[in-house]
Design a protein. Structure first.
Length: 267
């Protein structure tokens, strides 16, 4: 395959990762949490990821792999790669230390009601570490999708950026409780997001020298699996925690519709 332009995919991945800083800024400067908006936004992000995974990434992977391996074997490889992606993110999810669920809904109002507690520093750091490890495969997903299809990469980067905002809140709040230092909390939340561009760079260094239609097909199917797992395991439960269940579902449907219209217009 020809050498792809990687600057824009890397920048997209960096932007998606640094959205944890937006969450941190919301925690420190917003007067109250707009839970309905967060619930809708997380649902929207999940809808985009699920629709893109099944309608675009899985289909593109299947077309590429059946062209290389034939209809039956190509489909088998596509399905196997999809579930391999789910297995990968599932294993990461099980191995990551979970002193606190990093995807648990947190609100800005907590900042005023919690006493300073130095013991929470450990929890905050472990939450940042957990989110960083979770963000690593998301960086690979954003980068490889953007290399294959820039419009698709932009959509995935935006969806992952939305999903990273409450993670920034989750890192910042316990660290701020522990230290009273807003800058330290902000820096650690940004650091957890930087795992995404690190994932992108490693994907480029490790995978790009061996890139072929078969490998790209397997990666796209695996990325679809990763994003479906993230949506079901993290985004949709968090969206329901933040607000009324119906609002998160409206967000899911809106995300799917938005992605569908975008793909039709870009076709």
């Amino acid at each position: 395959m020809e050498e792809p332009n990687i600057l824009i995919p890397l920048l997209l991945t960096l932007g998606a990762g640094l959205a944890t800083g937006i969450g941190s800024a919301i925690a420190f400067f917003a007067k109250r949490t707009n839970k309905r908006l967060l619930s809708f936004s997380l649902g929207l992000s999940g809808g985009v990821m699920i629709y893109v995974s099944f309608v675009e990434l899985f289909q593109q992977a299947n077309i590429s792999l059946t062209a290389e391996w034939g209809p039956r074997l190509g489909t088998v490889v596509t399905v196997a790669s999809f579930f391999a992606g789910i297995l990968l993110i599932g294993i990461i999810d099980r191995l990551v230390p979970s002193f606190e669920n990093p995807h648990e809904a947190h609100s800005v109002e907590e900042m005023d009601h919690q006493p300073r507690n130095p013991k929470l520093m450990h929890m905050g750091v472990m939450t940042a570490l957990a989110i960083g490890i979770h963000n690593f495969p998301e960086g690979i997903a954003t980068f490889t999708s953007a290399v294959d299809n820039m419009a698709l990469g932009v959509a995935i980067a935006v969806a992952i950026a939305i999903h990273n905002i409450p993670e920034g809140i989750a890192v910042s709040i316990p660290i701020y409780y522990a230290t009273g230092d807003r800058r330290k909390a902000f820096r650690l939340s940004l650091l957890s997001g930087l795992a995404e561009p690190v994932g992108a760079v490693l994907a480029y260094l490790v995978l790009m020298p061996f890139m072929s239609p078969t490998l790209m097909g397997c990666i796209l199917a695996g990325v679809a699996g990763i994003m479906v797992f993230i949506s079901i395991d993290e985004l949709l439960p968090a969206a329901r925690e933040y607000g009324e269940a119906h609002i998160s579902i409206y967000g899911v449907v809106a995300g799917m519709a938005l992605m569908a219209v975008s793909l039709i217009m870009l076709a």
